[in-house]
Design a protein around this ligand. Structure first.
Ligand code: G3H
Ligand code: 13P
Ligand code: ZN
Length: 308
């Protein structure tokens, strides 16, 4: 059944692991992810960005997720990723999502609170949970264009006040991660002291980590080996994500690793089978690559196998 993330996060917090939130925009991606979760008996969040919703249309994504629920029998949470205003959140709440994110992170503190509170009030009336964001991630991903220099980490005291005044169900924090495949120039440095402080100030409260792909070298390498040009890509090391999962981070967002897994597989397929042109010939291995990558995440990053 479609579920909210409430119970998932409660159990993840207690068990010191994280639930994977995977971005979806087509059937093969959804199928690869849910097959992995089913095999691993793992809790699962499927999330849809505004861009994904525009690409595939709301109704197609909802119906595909409904099909996945019926096909697998898994409890799945369907979440709006980075909703930028009240209207898109309302549209997803009215349109069958069980969770929405209102991302007011680029707004001044008080405006972020007011907007988040408005979404929380509407969502809770409709049995839907809400994620908000405080602090700014660096990176350039579609609508999320934040100058690296402007990027400011989440202030712990503000986080407490924010949660108290909005009643928001989970909070995305900025501790040094960023969206996309090029997260760091040098080595990855996450502010674990800050995470620990926030987590201590907000006991039993689920935190969210965006920009949490590891940018698996295997897939970057494969892309480049078969004609791609993805240079200097770098993600968050697996051990850091495992550590975050023990410090109150209950949701880990993964999009870039899905893109890389799928593209690597398709590049390899065409390099080795240049005469193929039936989409099933290359989408079948691409779907399998996604499944394998998600199983790897469940074991090595999320630690959420057999947690249903
Ligand atoms: O956080 C952003 C996600 O990776 C979604 O990206 O807006 O290109 O769909 P998108
Ligand atoms: P990545 O780009 O690291 O996969 O992050 C995805 C994300 O945070 C979606 O909201
Ligand atoms: Zn994000």
């Amino acid at each position: 059944p479609l579920v909210t993330s409430k119970e998932m996060f409660k159990r993840a917090y207690e068990g010191q692991y994280a639930v994977g939130a995977f971005n979806v925009n087509n059937m093969e991606i959804i199928q690869g992810i849910v097959d992995a979760a089913k095999e691993e008996q793992a809790p699962l969040i499927l999330q849809v960005s505004a861009g994904a919703r525009k690409y595939a249309k709301h109704i197609y994504l909802v119906k595909l997720v409904e099909a996945a629920l019926e096909d697998t029998g898994l409890p799945i949470c369907l979440h709006l990723d980075h909703g930028e205003d009240f209207e898109i959140c309302k549209s997803c709440i009215d349109g069958g999502f069980s969770s929405v994110m209102i991302d007011g992170s680029k707004l001044p503190f008080e405006e972020n609170i007011a907007l988040t509170k408005k979404v929380v009030d509407y969502a809770h009336e409709h049995g839907v949970v809400v994620e908000a964001e405080l602090g700014r991630l660096a990176g350039v991903e579609d609508a999320i264009k934040v100058n690296t220099k402007d990027a400011t980490y989440t202030d712990p005291d503000q986080a407490v006040e924010f949660v108290k005044r909005t009643g928001v169900d989970s909070l995305a924090i900025a501790i040094g991660t960023s969206h996309g495949a090029y997260k760091f120039k040098g080595e990855c440095n996450l502010d674990f002291d800050r995470l620990e402080t926030i987590s201590k100030l907000l006991p039993d409260y689920p935190l969210v980590l965006h920009g949490a792909s590891t940018v698996l070298p295997e897939f970057v390498g494969k892309c480049n080996d078969f004609g791609g040009q993805i240079k200097g890509a770098q993600g968050v090391p697996e051990d850091m994500l495992l550590r975050a999962g023990k410090l109150g981070v209950c949701k880990i967002n993964i999009d870039t690793d899905l893109r890389l897994a799928m593209t690597a597989s398709i590049r390899e397929h065409f390099a080795k089978n240049p005469s193929d042109f039936d989409p099933r010939q290359y989408l079948k291995p691409a779907r399998a690559a996604i499944k394998g990558m998600v199983q790897h995440k469940i074991h090595n990053v999320l630690n959420c196998s057999n947690r249903l």
